[in-house]
Design a protein around this ligand. Structure first.
Ligand SMILES: [Zn+2]
Length: 123
């Protein structure tokens, strides 16, 4: 399962960063997931919830930012959003395009609390 190995890699990455930063209690991990990454957000979330308690508190939340697929036209340089896998510049009929965003799974930020946790706070 693709998502499980991604989550595992992500958690180890976070663990390393937090350790280098002097430790603390991880409360939120924010990840950017591109529409083209092939990641199924629900499966990613499920894998995260299953594995997070091994390394961090089970109260650690996952925040997924789903980003659209963006491409740039090789011919005219226009940037545009790819919708329905239409990899074509809206201005050029034969334009070759390059994906510049949307195929990534990227760690964006980690919230770490070094204080005593406040229980039962709704966000
Ligand atoms: Zn173009």
């Amino acid at each position: 399962m693709h998502e499980r190995s991604l989550v595992q890699r992500l958690l180890h990455q976070v663990q390393q960063i937090v350790a280098e930063d002097g430790g603390g209690r991880v409360t939120e991990i924010r990840v950017q997931v591109g529409d083209l990454s092939g990641v199924e957000p629900l499966l990613f979330q499920a894998a995260f919830e299953e594995m997070v308690s091994d390394l961090f508190s089970s109260e650690c939340q996952l925040a997924l930012d789903i980003v659209p697929v963006m491409a740039v036209c090789d011919d005219c340089g226009q940037q545009f959003e790819i919708v329905d896998f239409q990899f074509q510049c809206p201005a050029c009929p034969t334009g070759a395009v390059q994906v510049i965003q949307g195929d990534e799974v990227k760690l964006i930020s980690i919230n770490v609390s070094s204080d005593n946790p406040v229980e039962g706070v709704a966000s």
